[in-house]
Design a protein around this ligand. Structure first.
Ligand code: I6G
Length: 678
């Protein structure tokens, strides 16, 4: 045989082995019907490994041999989701679930019973997995829903994930699901870690998250990760079926694992029956779940229902109730928040509750401590519901020991030692340290950079902690003095991430006045209040010069918030931060305000939907408000105009049904330019 023909033969053999291994994986993981014994499968893999070792040019990215884990990386790259990864609304009670079903029927304008696709809600990590022409190319975490982290090398190591889809696959197929660690695998993992004297994971979810966010995929390859898929993201060259349950079948047909517990159920009664059944079997399932998910099965109905905020209206997560456990209260410490509020936090004898080991729980405030009569040394009931922060629910008075210690509100801040003062309502106690307090600094900076404020990508809790602890940053204004070289010196920060943060900071300098005011973190000034202030005053200078009486004139701002606003800017340190932010280059388009009584759009209500090409939606809404209009989120009979951008969906349909006048973006621009109704 010539060299050329033997190379061809080896390539052919490698391809054949890959196909066979993938097929036997499908039989094993998906059909649960293996065709060959494990030893035979091992032999196929060994042959492929030997062949690839002798001929490295034959190795392909989708070879099953590549699951052992690639070389470590410095950091995860970002992946922008082509279709946002949303979250689900929760139903915590039977009544919540019935209300969900009622809303679905009302919105669809039907009294017919709705068909739902129901499945358990795994307590894992949401993941997006992309195949191009049937070959696995990318996996990303949910992140903030718009941008996630590229965890391709880690997800590749998951044995039950096909690296090649079965059958004829479209050019682009993005499947979404949940990565998890089965309970047995978790126990093994922790037993091995304990033997080696390493840290053990608190629960399977943390173990799965830690494994996926490993920079060394060879470690991930040793973790017993598994994956179930539940929906699709971006696709090309394929029409999805009419029912969600058929899409799940499609996923399964491609060799992607879906839950074996999926059922079609009818009406709220069917959902509740399913919930009760899964609840009964919960403890015997091989993985942890925290509820069940129901999805309207008809895709046409899903489209009509659309989305609200960041969640689909056609799906809901019906959570299992909070779980409780008793444990001993060792101590109470006080945590300091953004506005200085002191929250008593219970330090507990660690206790396993709701699938997690809990050693801290909130006591909310001193009034609650007194109302529940909590004393250090008590046996307390800790309650945990889903992702909510665990709380001390009550004290078991009958188990109170002879010696307990009362919880004392400190007179000085535990972080900065500034005096603690009670609010006028006496419920909340606050540290008076302001920016001098490290805890307030961190929280204020974190809030400033958060998504709904200046949305500075990469500046999250961990980075802020590092920056403040290293003395690099004291206020949000200091963020703008950071350079890539300084950032790159921080722990776990690669040069590329450092550059990204600097450019995110640069990008954040152009904002809106409303966002800027919200970002400052004035007590009780949420997004709506910040927008109202921006619209009323038009410029920051006008607001800074306003007295209490003037601020109180802003619609929807009462005397308490007005006082917080005036006091905030009267504090020299806050004023200085605002000035330094402006000197750093923060700016915003002029908010157009009309003279009092001269609001040309007063009385009109606008709904903006779809993607606008020339304006940010919030900017446009602020500009409409500045002219006296109301800009709201959903259309009703009271809506005057709906502005439809690109890809407008269910809101546009509803507006048409209600006979609301629909405008395009050009019409909106004319209104804003000419400052008069269309
Ligand atoms: O977070 C989720 C868990 C399970 C989901 C989900 C799900 O279906 C079984 N489905 C959707 C559509 C979303 N999140 C957004």
């Amino acid at each position: 045989m010539s060299a050329g023909s033997s190379a061809k033969a080896w390539r052919g053999r490698a391809e054949r082995l890959r196909r066979d291994i993938e097929y036997h994986n499908y039989r094993y993981y998906i059909l649960d019907d293996p065709q060959i014994p494990d030893a035979e499968w091992d032999r196929l893999l060994q042959e492929l490994l030997t062949l690839e070792a002798a001929h490295p040019e034959l190795v392909t990215a989708d070879s099953p041999t590549q699951r052992v884990g690639a070389a470590p990386i410095d950091e995860f790259a970002e992946v922008r989701h082509r279709v946002p990864m949303l979250s689900l609304d929760n139903a915590l009670t039977e009544e919540d679930l019935r209300a969900f079903d009622r809303r679905v029927r009302e919105r669809l304008g039907t009294s017919d019973e709705i068909e739902y696709s129901a499945e358990p809600k795994l307590d894992g990590l949401a993941i997006s997995v992309t195949y191009e022409n049937g070959v696995f190319v990318r996996a990303a975490t949910r992140g903030d829903g718009r941008t996630g982290e590229d965890v391709t090398a880690n997800v590749r190591t998951i044995r039950s994930l096909p690296l090649h889809l079965q059958g004829k696959a479209p050019p682009l197929f993005e499947a979404r699901g949940e990565v998890f660690i089965p309970v047995s695998g978790f126990e093994r993992l922790n037993a091995d870690a304990a033997k080696r004297g390493e840290k053990i994971f608190a629960n399977p979810r943390n173990a799965a998250a830690g494994s996926l966010r490993q920079l060394d995929p060879r470690i991930t390859a040793q973790r017993p990760l598994d994956i179930f898929f539940y929906s699709v993201g971006a696709i090309e060259g394929l029409e999805l079926p009419a029912l969600h349950s058929q899409t799940l079948e499609l996923l399964r047909g491609y060799g992607l694992r879906v839950s074996p517990e999926i059922r079609r159920v009818r009406s709220a009664a069917g959902c509740l029956e399913y919930y009760a059944e899964i609840g009964r079997r919960r403890a015997s399932l091989s993985y942890q779940i925290d509820g069940v998910v129901y999805k309207v099965d008809s895709v046409t109905a899903q489209r009509a229902l659309g989305f609200v905020s960041r969640a689909p209206r056609w799906a809901v997560a019906h959570k299992f109730p909070a779980e409780e456990a008793s444990t001993q209260l060792r101590d109470v410490e006080f945590q300091v928040g953004r506005t200085g509020a002191l929250t008593p936090v219970a330090r507990l004898e660690p206790v396993f509750v709701g699938g997690v080991t809990v050693s801290n729980a909130t006591l909310h405030n001193m009034d609650e401590v007194l109302r529940k009569d909590v004393r250090i040394g008590d046996t307390v009931i800790v309650r945990r519901a889903g992702d909510v922060i665990p709380e001390v629910a009550r004290v078991l008075i009958e188990r109170r020991p002879a010696k307990t210690r009362e919880v004392q509100l400190p007179t000085r801040c535990p972080v900065c030692a500034a005096p603690v003062e009670r609010d006028a309502d006496a419920v909340v106690a606050r540290c008076t340290g302001g920016y001098r307090c490290n805890a307030q600094r961190k929280e204020r900076i974190r809030h400033f950079a958060s998504r709904r404020a200046l949305d500075i990508e990469g500046v999250g809790e961990r980075l802020v902690e590092q920056l403040v602890d290293a003395g690099l940053v004291e206020t949000p204004a200091d963020l703008y003095r950071l350079d890539a070289a300084t950032l790159a010196k921080l722990e776990r920060m690669g040069p590329k991430s450092a550059e990204n943060i600097v450019s995110a900071l640069q990008k954040s300098k152009l904002t809106t006045l409303a966002r800027f005011l919200f970002a400052l973190g004035v007590r009780d000034v949420g997004e709506a209040t910040a927008a109202a202030l921006a619209v009323h005053f038009g410029t920051l200078e006008q607001l800074l010069g306003a007295d209490l009486e003037t601020v109180q004139k802003v619609p929807d701002i009462g005397p308490v918030i007005a006082r917080h606003v005036v006091e905030f800017f009267a504090e020299p340190k806050n004023y200085d931060v605002v000035e330094r932010l402006q000197s750093a280059g923060l700016h915003w388009p002029q908010v157009e305000i009309s003279a009092e009584g001269e609001q040309p759009l007063a009385g009109l209500t606008f709904v903006l939907t779809g993607t606008l090409d020339t304006l940010q939606r919030e900017e446009a809404e602020d500009a409409l408000r500045a002219l006296g209009a109301k800009a709201v989120g959903s259309a009703s009979k009271k809506t005057s105009y709906l502005v439809a951008g690109r890809d407008a969906g269910s809101k546009l349909r509803r507006a048409k049904e209600l006979g609301i006048k629909v405008l395009d973006e050009a019409a909106l621009q004319r209104i804003l330019k000419e400052k008069r109704p269309p």
